[in-house]
Design a binder for this molecule. Structure first.
Ligand code: UVW
Length: 329
């Protein structure tokens, strides 16, 4: 088991602060150059599209954290109410909702539905922004932690990475297939940096600068079977942060709650890889991605690289964003 001193040494060795300038809020997304984006687009050869997002709804995976709930979807206008509104709406003031809607519906065939969603931004498939996790009162690139206020993140918000798309070459590392697991990795054996190299070699794929690495642990399939968001899982060992740094990875995503193994490998702190990736490296983490169909296709044709497109919503000052990423081969 590593100590906080070991952790801090790794932090010093992977820290990217100042690497792309004192004002930088893109972090390792800087590895995605225009040439990289163009090369990723050339990986599209067959037009096969794989949506990697999970359903946003009440059947979602929340349960592990009491401060997060599944998305609540509400109808604000339901066309089924139209006839009733026409009958009763005029009795309401015209500037009320019922009054306005009855005005739209009376004496014409026009009908419509509207809706809204209430959800934590981290409730389903998502990116963690750099401002999501920090320590020692500093965010990525040394920005002060108190720049994240009740009004949102003035630094390192998810809106700051918009210029990068986010799109690049995606590489799937299928740990489920590699370990010969049935559907998911058993908890208690975190994925090591050496294992990431072994999987890449076995799959015949070279990891390159600016890649977005997708790690399949099978947790999403386990959740679909068990229907319980608190199901234990395996993830990346915290030392994989060094591997991501050495390979100049732009971002990493997994099919589980936190990408990294929930059992900390560092005595005295929770989520050490989050701290190294988001705060020291400026490397975004993607969570709750569904690789089931993509993994089946990669296993069938032996091609584990593709164009990946995963734009966050421009929620100003948000520390994360829902997404529906797509891989195209
Ligand atoms: C936390 O870091 C608390 O959560 P997550 O990375 O799953 O969004």
């Amino acid at each position: 088991m590593a100590t906080l001193t070991d952790f801090r040494k790794v932090g010093d060795s992977v820290r990217n602060w100042g690497r792309w300038g004192a004002a930088d809020e893109l972090g390792t997304l800087n590895f995605i150059t225009p040439a990289k984006v163009a090369a990723a687009a050339r990986l599209v050869r067959h037009g096969r599209v794989f949506p990697l997002g999970i359903d946003f709804g009440s059947s979602g995976p929340q349960g592990a954290f009491q401060f997060r709930q599944n998305p609540t979807h509400l109808m604000t206008v339901d066309g089924g109410d139209a006839e009733t509104l026409v009958e009763y709406g005029p009795k309401w003031l015209r500037n009320s909702v019922a009054g306005q809607l009855s005005g739209f519906f009376e004496d014409n065939p026009f009908r419509f539905n509207d809706d809204m969603v209430v959800m934590p931004l981290q409730a389903a498939t998502q990116w963690d922004a750099f401002s999501h996790v920090y320590y020692d009162d500093k965010l990525y690139n040394g920005f002060p932690a108190n720049s994240v206020t009740s009004l949102g993140a003035f630094h390192c918000g998810i809106d700051k990475v918009d210029s990068k798309g986010i799109t690049s070459r995606g590489v799937l590392l299928d740990l489920v297939k590699h370990r010969g697991a049935d559907t998911f990795l058993a908890p208690g054996e975190p994925i090591t940096p050496d294992e990431l190299d072994e999987v890449a070699a076995r799959q015949g794929v070279t990891i390159e600068s600016g890649d977005i690495v997708l790690v399949r642990t099978g947790w999403w399939n386990r959740f679909l079977e068990a229907g319980d968001g608190t199901e234990p899982y395996s993830g990346l060992d915290w030392r994989c942060a060094q591997w991501l740094h050495e390979h100049e990875i732009a971002a990493v995503a997994a099919d589980n709650l936190m990408v990294e193994d929930p059992v900390s490998g560092v005595t005295g702190t929770f989520l050490p890889m989050h701290m190294l990736c988001l705060r020291d490296m400026g490397l975004m983490l993607g969570e709750y991605w569904d690789f089931t169909a993509l993994a089946a296709d990669c296993a069938a044709d032996g091609v584990y690289e593709f164009q990946l497109i995963a734009p966050p919503l421009r929620v100003v000052g948000a520390v994360g964003s829902p997404i529906n990423p797509i891989a195209i081969k």
